[in-house]
Design a protein around this ligand. Structure first.
Ligand code: NDP
Ligand SMILES: N[C@@H](CC=O)C(=O)O
Ligand code: NA
Length: 436
């Protein structure tokens, strides 16, 4: 066979990938040319859902990435190290890379892609964003004619699964998280999912593709779903919204500096918006560009089979290019310009206080006449225009008031909150969420 694969990792995605590579019938004929020759794991004795041919498993991952016989290294161990070092060593040994590891790419992409360019090898990562949904290759290959203004979406399956179950059944956060882990959706440390870090990695990758420059991950604003309560889910529903963890990268007018904003936060999405109906482990990525207008990619964002589908499609893409290039395996000829990464500069991101957005805020106040008027005046002092303000409930001497603003400058909204804190009628504001 023409293409030899060294697989690093045989967990959820690794087993899904091996299952496809070992059962080729009915799939693309080029798969017949692809052979899984080594599989690296941590433990040889662990039970697996897949039976591998004998002698494939090893704990010596260094030996895989330096093996002269191997053409493509598929990195599915996750995490930063040893994933980064193994990828770099594999590149140094002339291997093409397929990875699902958004954490390593969003942090070390510059180093990895520079090394790959120097060696003339490909690094493909379709599985790293949106799991099985084709989005990275379509952005590179099918949307290149567009000026992209916005990429936003639901890019974490675990949190969407949790929020959907909390909304539909009033399910308990911890129990649903455990089920997401059992289903293989969550990261090894599910904090990365729940606190929005995984979504931040993914939107940094998408923003980089959309805006043609590198993104410094530490500049991506990131807020997870731990603070979302049943009360807010209920109020959002009554006001016509669904709460989703959105990852958003948007660009304002070309002429402005600091014109790109990249962020992850729970968001009240109008129930009629296409992203509001994306449920369970599904993801969706909504892109707006000129001249295409709006386009949305939808499908399963995590899980063994869907993610392996993306991994194997990357393997096929590399095999396809090498097959048609003059130099064949071991030298891909001139790199395919739509499949490589040529970014050199870093995008300048706007600070969050410059963001223009709507807000939802829930206040606990004293239940006195004139409270709503005082809140309105205080917001008005900071140019925060209110779309609706309602007193939904009273608890003894306290009132629960929900405010939804028009589009406001985030810095002005926070200045208004600072002033509100000084008012003796306001006890606390348990929830502040942005509204799409
Ligand atoms: N799960 C999902 O739905 C998705 C995952 N991803 C990404 O895919 C990657 C893999 O995820 P997933 O399959 O869920 O992870 P798992 O934890 O299920 O599997 C990790 C695998 O890597 C092996 N491994 C980990 N560290 C080492 C090490 N130091 N040396 C040798 N082997 C090691 C483990 O070996 P052993 O089995 O012996 O312990 C295991 O086989 C991650 O980057 C993740 O972010 C992307 C999209 C979706
Ligand atoms: N933990 C991730 C897995 C896919 O990237 C998620 O839940 O989306
Ligand atoms: Na994908």
């Amino acid at each position: 066979m023409a293409f030899k694969i060294g697989l690093l990792g045989l967990g959820t995605v690794g087993q899904g990938t091996a299952a496809i590579l070992l059962d080729r019938s009915g799939r693309h004929p080029l798969l017949q040319e692809i052979e899984l020759v080594r599989v690296g794991v941590r433990s040889l004795s662990k039970s697996r859902t897949i039976a591998l041919p004998e002698n494939l498993l090893t704990t010596d991952l260094e030996a895989i990435v330096t093996d002269r016989e191997i053409d493509i290294v598929v990195e599915l161990i996750g995490g930063l190290e040893p994933a980064r070092s193994l990828i770099l060593k594999a590149i140094d040994h002339g291997k093409h890379i397929v990875t699902a590891n958004k954490a390593v790419i969003s942090r070390y992409g510059a180093e990895i892609f520079s090394a790959a360019t120097e060696k003339g090898v490909y690094v493909l990562l379709e599985a790293a964003v949106g799991g099985g949904i084709p989005v990275i290759q379509p952005m590179k290959k099918c949307l290149g004619a567009n000026r992209i203004d916005t990429v936003m979406g639901i890019v974490n399956g675990t949190t969407n699964y949790i929020l959907t179950r909390m909304q539909a059944e009033g399910a308990n956060f911890d129990e649903v998280l455990q089920q997401a882990q059992e289903l293989g959706y969550a990261e090894a440390d599910p904090t990365a999912d729940v606190d929005g870090l995984d979504a931040a990695d993914k939107i940094a990758i998408l923003a980089s593709l959309a805006f043609g420059g590198r993104i410094k991950l530490e500049q991506v604003y990131c807020e997870g779903i731990r603070g979302i309560s049943a009360t807010d889910i209920d109020y959002a529903d009554r006001l016509g919204f669904t709460i989703k963890l959105l990852a958003i990268a948007s660009r304002r007018a070309e002429s402005e500096t600091n014109n790109i904003s990249v962020r992850v936060h729970p968001t009240l999405v109008p129930q009629l918006h296409p992203l509001a109906s994306i449920n369970g482990v599904n993801n969706a990525i909504f892109i707006e560009g000129e001249p295409i207008g709006q386009v949305m990619f939808f499908g399963p964002g995590a899980g063994a089979g869907p993610t392996a589908s993306a991994v194997v499609s990357d393997i096929l893409n590399i095999a396809g290019i090498i097959t048609t290039s003059s130099s064949g395996v071991g030298g891909a000829g001139s790199p395919h310009p739509l499949m490589t990464c040529s970014h050199q500069h870093y995008c300048e991101l706007a600070p969050m206080e410059e963001l223009i957005t709507r807000f939802y805020a829930r206040f606990i106040t004293r239940d006195l006449p004139g409270v709503i008027g005082k809140l309105g005046t205080c917001f008005g002092n900071h140019e925060v225009s209110i779309e609706s303000i309602v007193q939904i409930d009273t608890h003894g001497k306290q009132a629960e008031i929900v405010v939804v603003t028009h589009d406001v400058r985030e810095g002005n909204f926070h200045a208004a909150l600072e002033e509100l804190k000084q008012l003796d009628i306001v006890d606390r504001f348990p929830s502040l969420l942005r509204v799409l």
